[in-house]
Design a protein around this ligand. Sequence first.
Ligand code: MV4
Length: 597
Amino acid sequence: MFSKVLVANRGEIAVRVMRACKELGIRTVAVYSDADKHSGHVRYADEAYNIGPARAADSYLDHEAVIEAGEKAGADAVHPGYGFLAENAEFAAKVEESEMAWVGPSAAAMERLGEKTKARALMQKADVPVVPGTTEPVESAEEVKEIADEYGYPVAIKAEGGGGGRGLKVVHNEDEVEDQLETAQREGEAYFDNASVYVEKYLEAPRHIEVQILADKHGNVRHLGERDCSLQRRHQKVIEEAPSPALDDDLRERIGEAARRGVDAADYTNAGTVEFLVEDGEFYFMEVNTRIQVEHTVTEQVTGIDVVKWQLRVAAGEELDFSQDDVEIDGHSMEFRINAENAANDFAPATGGTLETYDPPGGIGVRMDDALRQGDDLVTDYDSMIAKLIVTAGDREECIIRSERALEEFDIDGFHTIIPFHRLMLTDETFRAGEHTTKYLDEELDTSRIEQAVEKWGLAESGTDEEEEVTERDFTVEVNGKRFEVSLEERGAPAIPTPAGGSSGSTRSRPDVAESDEEEEVVIEGDGEQIAAEMQGTILSVDVEEGDEVASGDVVCVLEAMKMENDVVAERGGTVSQILVGEGDSVDMGDVLVVLE
Ligand code: MV4
């Protein structure tokens, strides 16, 4: 096994990988940019190296800077996490040529599966169903039209290098072919340096199902069942789960076996994910992701297999020690991406902020994968995902209820997160029924419901910056004749004005204050301070006389209420002009006791 691993990533996935290293007795090396000097993955690592400025291209994406850090540290392997350099075959090749091992598939296998038409041809040969379409790049609008005539519109034009919805163009009729072909080619060139495109039949409302694979260097390939990632917004996954609520056991078995077959044919090693589209009981290969994925966690939860540990073991040459039959799916798991975004404002990412409160949930079935801690500043240079909440239970129903509980416990202050959106989804009929497709969030969900969810469960508008002041006050209230003693905490919000003080508004006049003493009509004069009873009770003593000077905070009388003696004090101070009560008097809440001028 390796003795020291460099983790070429940041945030929660870097910590996730380091946790696996720790359990395997491997020392860890972090790399960080100037923006991440104080980040969680740097704190967690045994040692850390600055690899450049905040801009990813100058740090996390800088091949030489990363490799140099690994060599300086004497690391014997590089784990890329996801994103950044994880699927860069050129970088993988450079690591392979160095003294360090690459924790991932070989650069050659990454290349074989990186180009979409090559991957499609390879899968087709392995008897894995692919979406009907071409396995050769197309160049002219005429070719696209021929294919569309064969399969029927709509068709998808996809960039060879594509992914994440970029370079994907849907064509609904012949008239759109030319424009969409040009756009797909242009986007392919711009994003992936590859203008080559191909054509597929476009499925209108598929589910996104993906299968986790592990393969060693001894020819063993296992699949760890599927994940359902159909709940996506603009190609960003929001909630993922395992197993899929949309598959029956037969389809589940066939997809798993197809994924295993396909990867086997590609001479693939390490962890990988085979993505499928599923529609009308049919499944179609889409692409292979040659990395650990964000949502690997739900697979770990339902199989009990530590995918990241196996990535390290397999890269070190170890053999998988379980058979396909040993892999059992037990229970149900959901992952909630905790993104620092305002769901009510088109999921706009937070542009800064400090994690004033970070109080994550716990208890049975709750797993947190994170790197930030309370008090940390939010780093906004990379992506907005700050943590993942993974909830596991015996079945989907229990998982949903447990997730509601966990998300309710989750307390984050300092910036918006999409927790309110998750809570909305857990109440959403379509999601609860497991009937959502990849179209659901973008085309079917009523967005006003998101605004309501943020209103209900989102950040309180106050108390997000200044240290909030907590004022505690006790009241007695009667509701339908029943007495309640109420303890009120005013956090941040302005104090509720009461007749005797509070912050303002203590001038409500009560000319009939002594009405129980039949004849007297008490008239309060002047516009000075009126000191009133904050609760119903009995006057134990009056501590001032008319004409006395009292200062702010001085006691003017003592009121016994709820078996306690309460000092009644002047708020502003002044000269005592009227005393409206005497020792032994019973007063109601709000009765004026003493007037100052
Ligand atoms: C498709 C498709 C329907 N038919 N291909 C989107 C990302 C890219 N990697 C593949 N994508 C799709 N390809 C055919 N032939 C629908 C999508 C798609 C999608 C796929 C998975 C999850 C969410 C999606 C949202 C919109 C479109």
